[in-house]
Design a protein around this ligand. Sequence first.
Ligand code: SAM
Length: 159
Amino acid sequence: MNIKIIGVGKLKEKYFTAGIAEYKKRLGKFANISIVEVPDEKAPESLSEAEMIQVKQAEGERILGKIKDKEWVIALAIEGKQRSSEAFAKEIADLATYGHSDITFVIGGSLGLSPEVMQRANNTLSFGKLTLPHQLMRLVLIEQIYRAFMINAGSPYHK
Ligand SMILES: C[S@@+](CC[C@H](N)C(=O)[O-])C[C@H]1O[C@@H](n2cnc3c(N)ncnc32)[C@H](O)[C@@H]1O
């Protein structure tokens, strides 16, 4: 299985990169994991509604440029679909069973994902109503993907 995580902006903080590298290494025995960063759109602090739409669209085009037709896309969104870790694990196992061996997760930038990216998504994933910074979201997501594989392997990692 090939798992891709697309994020907006470069991850700079060492405490995030170290955590992500650790889970990427652990996941290596289950899947090919790639992390793709697309540049964020430089924007001033305060933006008009139209400017915000433009920023999301520009970032969205870069995201869509990294997605191939065959990929099953799961968009991370606060208003998306919540599920338990067990249900998420089953979803990943089912995708593999039904021939979706390329799964791509997409995390938006500071303003979120464009409508075009949301339309391309085959499914959504919400981690609840709280807004997480997109850098931290990458770490939380990769841990949950690792947890999913450990659940599917029957490992005591998941209690
Ligand atoms: C800082 S948030 C963007 C906040 C923006 N106001 C919005 O509503 O999307 C950056 C990205 O992190 C992800 N994210 C943050 N919190 C999340 C949550 N609770 N569940 C799922 N994804 C989340 C989403 O992909 C979001 O586009």
